[in-house]
Design a protein around this ligand. Sequence first.
Ligand code: THU
Length: 157
Amino acid sequence: MTRKELTIDYIEYASIEELNAEDRLLVEAAIDAMKGSYAPYSNFNVGAAVLLEDGSIVKGANQENAAYPSGLCAERTALFAAGANHPDKAPISLAIVASQNGVICPYPASPCGACRQVMAQCQTRYGRDLKVILAGSECLIKFEKVDDLLPFIFDNI
Ligand code: THU
């Protein structure tokens, strides 16, 4: 028997101003993407923005539905839109931001397991790490790769 330990790595920032220019632009795009949120049931508006390898940005927002499980999180909306519209361009970063009653949440929303799985397969599909930035008004967290959000990733490609 061998007991093993796994460490995860992330960077915490106190404000958007601490981010580098590229990351800041992506968080601003995620904030803008919240305008597309349709969340009449939760009133929790989430925006996501994906930066592709050519510098273009694809936005997504959560889409809810009366048949609750039919709705989709902002992260998957953005990643699937990127895959559908730019299949040959690898996503390199994903920023996520949430708000309630028009106010950005102070602490970032943490992606659900299904979104983490989709992020993980994005890395496998394109053969490169996907950075993930979770943004709040008082705290931002950056992961250099999805493995730090989802260890022991399921992957059967
Ligand atoms: N939601 C997201 O879009 N992303 C997250 O990271 C957390 C949750 C959405 C799903 C649902 O529309 C609402 O937020 C409440 O859970």
